[in-house]
Design a protein around this ligand. Sequence first.
Ligand SMILES: Cc1cc2nc3c(=O)[nH]c(=O)nc-3n(C[C@H](O)[C@H](O)[C@H](O)COP(=O)(O)OP(=O)(O)OC[C@H]3O[C@@H](n4cnc5c(N)ncnc54)[C@H](O)[C@@H]3O)c2cc1C
Ligand code: HEM
Length: 403
Amino acid sequence: MTPEQKQIILATVPILKESGVALTTHFYKRMFEHNPELKNIFNMGNQKQGKQQNALAFAVLAYAENIADPTVLLPVVDRIGHKHTSLDIKPGQYQIVGEHLIASISELLGDKATPAIIDAWTAAYNQLAALMAGHEATIYQQQLNQANGWNGWRKFTIRKKVAESAEISSFYFYPSDNGKVSLHKPGQFISLKTFLPSLNLDQIRQYSISCAPNEEYYRISVKRETGAGIDTNGMISNRLHDHIEIGSEVELTAPAGNFVVPDEIDSPIMFISGGVGQTPFISMIQHVAKKQTGHPVTWLHGCRNRSVHAFKDSIDLLVNNHETIEQHIFYDHTTTEDANAGVRTGFLDIHSIANLEHTGNTLYYVCGPSPFIVKQVADLKQMGVDTKRILFEEFGPQTLQLN
Ligand SMILES: Cc1cc2nc3c(=O)[nH]c(=O)nc-3n(C[C@H](O)[C@H](O)[C@H](O)COP(=O)(O)OP(=O)(O)OC[C@H]3O[C@@H](n4cnc5c(N)ncnc54)[C@H](O)[C@@H]3O)c2cc1C
Ligand code: HEM
């Protein structure tokens, strides 16, 4: 890009940001009209909620704002790259997105869209697309280089389905080709694709792998989503619960995601989960327990009540068998029996736990609903924890900017 083009980008960012939602809404509408096949790739639930509209084009604008030094965005490029590879996004698709994004900018700016502005934005988009597609090529290669690794969609068959609580069930997926699976990094997720008759579309959702790494199967644990205050229940989660049975086939991509424990663990770890946000930690804690690092591991978990507390017995057992692992449970509503077992009442509040050990190098992992993450990260920061040691994962397009 020329210095003049960079100047143009910086000058037009504020105008586009001002009309950010209009831009992104127009962009998606345009793209789905011209390329309806992409509705099979994008999460139509997120589109309804407007979540993805706030993610993709705003990432482009953030890039444009940092056009002088795009390297500051590398951690974001890595996170998006893991999500994109998990969706099997191909380099050629960047051209389609670029075409609709540039056309949307042009249509939105109207008379103000001079050829110089459109050229500058085209150059900026192409540079970002090349950066992202290049990084994604590296992740695809890493997935392929792993023992039993693969790229793209692979058929899996459900061999076991287990109710873990009143609303969470586990699904065990074995490769339909009878091959083995690659070892995931504890904390990683897979994408699951299945046909949704109600939309007449394929739909894709991400699910954290909820078992220790092994070469035979992946397990996911899915919460049945009911619309809060609306009559629309979660599309894929309810389909999995109600229609996907033993013997059913779905397609999965290889494990992806960078919300993981380090290969070599040399510090204490604290997991903080709300509700189904516990799933990545089930995998992580089994792995950490097996490694016997000698460092303390603490798990704080909050959920509504005992009936929705999944994996309680297996985690109790793990804690009882490992001196270095402890847990603290919070239920919104407790019974006398819960209270006698040490369960605290109310929303998970880290300040209310006396004698919780925090060292300067403890790693904090947070996962749960967005308001839960916001509160826990704010509490940790208030306690003086360095934001570099706080990692969090949202179960949807990442919209929180907390560190
Ligand atoms: C990295 C990652 C890991 C994840 N891991 C897990 C996991 O381990 N377990 C798990 O259960 N989930 C996990 N998720 C979430 C999962 O991917 C799905 O988002 C979840 O199952 C809901 O999908 P759905 O199709 O059932 O709901 P959707 O149909 O996509 O709907 C999502 C929510 O939006 C509401 N909604 C739908 N339509 C509207 C509307 N018109 N207006 C307002 N609200 C609406 C629904 O009621 C529902 O609550 C993870 C997500 C990510 C990104
Ligand atoms: C420079 C171009 C692009 C940028 C900046 C971008 C940015 C993003 C961001 C920020 C997210 C959310 C990531 C998260 O979960 O936190 C995302 C998700 C996604 N992207 Fe991209 N993206 C680009 C190109 C593409 C292309 C070419 C495709 C394929 C057509 C694509 C398809 C998707 C899909 C399907 C999702 C998940 C959507 C959802 O779950 O609703 N993106 N992208």
